[in-house]
Design a protein around this ligand. Structure first.
Ligand SMILES: O=P(O)(O)OC[C@H]1O[C@@H](O)[C@H](O)[C@@H](O)[C@@H]1O
Length: 275
């Protein structure tokens, strides 16, 4: 990837880093280490960010790429989707191709009594964005965790968008009480609420939206979550303006069905590449 320029900027009152490389830009908020914008060299924004994001102090930012850790959804005793997306991460430097952000255990993570270090790395080139999450156990007891990169991809109309690459995969349908199914159709579409966890996904995926296509690859993460609330559910989501549900689909690189188990001193890394 070409050499990366990193500048501190403010966006909607949030301290952010603006990344630029090869004619592409990305905006990363220190709150949650959340990528908020990704504009490849063709000048077209690829991520969705809600109008309300950043306007409610302390609230999770709806859109971009939220980092979910140490708990996905309600699968455990912690708050929904864990605390990583709500906390301020620190800028931990750059290797010339990527920006690194870090979150360590402390008073703000006391609800989960584990010692850990998370590092998010964001690498940018003219046509690609790569986000990697590294989780280390820095304590002296093993822990279990679930995690995801909860990517909101911008689309023209979610009801016409499809995901390729999940054919033959088994999934848990969270929109239908967690029932188990197999994906028999070649494409996954978005007709009403769609909330699925596909397990053991190895093939590369693609989001197809009219004549636009985004390739999606992942390493380390075993699962893929596909989510759009649909019109009815979106009506009850306070930080989604009317009609915004139509303009994104989430394709999340996730480690959910088999939680990570890290012994003291161990670490795990997962990545998602878009391009
Ligand atoms: O509104 P939140 O907390 O950001 O969660 C959004 C969605 O995130 C998805 O990952 C979950 O599968 C959905 O069940 C959930 O509704």
């Amino acid at each position: 990837m070409s050499s990366l320029r990193i500048d501190p900027v403010e966006f909607r009152g949030l301290a952010c880093l603006r990344l630029a490389a090869g004619g592409a830009t990305a905006l990363v908020s220190l709150r949650g280490a959340q990528v908020l914008s990704w504009i490849p060299a063709d000048g077209r924004e690829r991520l969705f960010l809600a109008e309300a994001a950043g306007r409610v102090p302390g609230a999770a930012l709806r859109g971009g790429i939220p980092v979910i850790f140490p708990q996905f959804g309600g699968r455990g005793p912690l708050r929904k989707h864990g605390f990583a997306r709500l906390l301020d991460w620190s800028f931990a430097g750059s290797d010339g191709a990527s920006a690194q952000l870090e979150l360590r255990d402390g008073a703000a993570t006391a609800e989960w009594p584990q010692a850990f270090a998370c590092r998010l790395s964001v690498a940018l080139s003219a046509t690609r964005l790569e986000v990697s999450l590294d989780i280390a156990n820095t304590g002296d007891t093993a822990f279990d965790a679930t995690a995801a990169l909860h990517t909101y991809l911008r689309v023209g109309d979610a009801t016409g968008a499809t995901i390729e690459g999940l054919h033959g995969c088994d999934f848990e349908d969270s929109a239908a009480g967690g029932t188990l199914h197999r994906q028999h159709e070649a494409l996954v579409g978005f007709d009403g609420e769609t909330d699925r966890i596909y397990g053991d996904v190895v093939a590369p995926l693609a989001l197809v939206d009219g004549d636009r296509r985004v390739a999606i690859e992942h390493d380390g993460f075993a699962d893929v979550v596909v989510w759009n609330p649909g019109e009815r559910l979106a009506g009850g989501i306070a930080d989604l303006a009317r009609g915004e549900w139509r303009t994104f689909v989430c394709v999340e690189a996730a480690q959910v069905l088999q939680p990570l188990r890290l012994a003291p001193g161990e670490h795990w890394r997962g990545s998602q590449r878009l391009g």
